[in-house]
Write a protein that binds this ligand. Structure first.
Ligand code: ZN
Length: 238
């Protein structure tokens, strides 16, 4: 079983009726129900208002993959918690940062850059798969569209990604590295741009597929692969 913790600042859902209508149990609750349908995922949620921002040692140490959604409350996450999450990633925990989580303390710490970008609300997005062989892209079409999503545009101030899995194109002509991977220490990190709280993005089946694939990709390996290289002959045979 992959132990997944869905973390949410849980501010917009309690403040705005349109967001609450889309996610009556919060974005964390919505994603937890979604992941709960997968037999290999063991899911829990955590929110910022809980003690230690919902991430005490007991939770972090028993999490294989942490999902992070946040927007207006980045500064309300304690530096100590951000540091502990960073250390846990370095020791192998997977991290999936969604949408406006690009400005979170944890993502900026792991990237070491400002993570700033261009943005505009109310755009139409076409997501292109730029790496069809990647585990996160499995089962996804060559491209798919979101009728309404917040435009995030280049320049996105991140280090050069390990892999670019999705590229977003918007109806204003902007483009964005919408799905990118990194490795920090032993931890796999995936940043995924779609997911504005006022849009039904997480209701989209393709988006759900990407995030579910990403959870399985980001999970730490439990067994080191056996290294076999049959094409190399022992020196004495050459
Ligand atoms: Zn947004």
């Amino acid at each position: 079983m992959i132990r997944v913790t869905v973390w949410n600042e849980n501010l917009s859902e309690t403040k705005y009726e349109d967001v609450a209508a889309l996610f009556p149990k919060g974005i964390h609750g919505y994603l937890a129900v979604l992941f709960g349908k997968e037999a290999d995922l063991d899911v829990r949620t955590a929110t910022m208002d809980q003690p230690e921002n919902g991430l005490p040692d007991e939770v972090l140490e028993n999490t294989d993959v942490l999902i992070w959604w946040a927007h207006t409350g980045h500064h309300l996450v304690s530096d100590g918690v951000a540091w502990k999450v960073q250390q846990r990633v370095l020791r192998g925990m997977g991290l999936i940062v969604l949408h406006s989580g690009h400005f979170s303390k944890i993502f900026r710490r792991l990237m070491g850059t400002s993570c700033s970008l261009k943005w505009r609300d109310g755009a139409r997005e076409r997501l292109w798969c730029a790496n069809p062989g990647h585990p996160i892209a499995q089962g996804l079409p060559e491209h798919f569209e979101l009728d309404v999503e917040e435009m995030y545009g280049e320049f996105f101030d991140i280090p050069e990604p390990l892999e670019t899995v999705f590229i977003g194109w918007f109806n204003g002509g902007e483009v964005f590295r919408s799905g990118v991977t990194f490795r920090r220490g032993l931890g796999n990190v995936f940043y995924f741009q779609p997911g504005h709280e006022a849009n039904p993005t997480f209701h989209n089946e393709n988006i759900q597929k990407v995030i579910t694939n990403a959870v399985r990709w980001a999970a730490p390996a439990t067994k080191k692969p056996e290294i076999i290289c049959p094409c190399v002959e022992p020196l004495e045979n050459v």
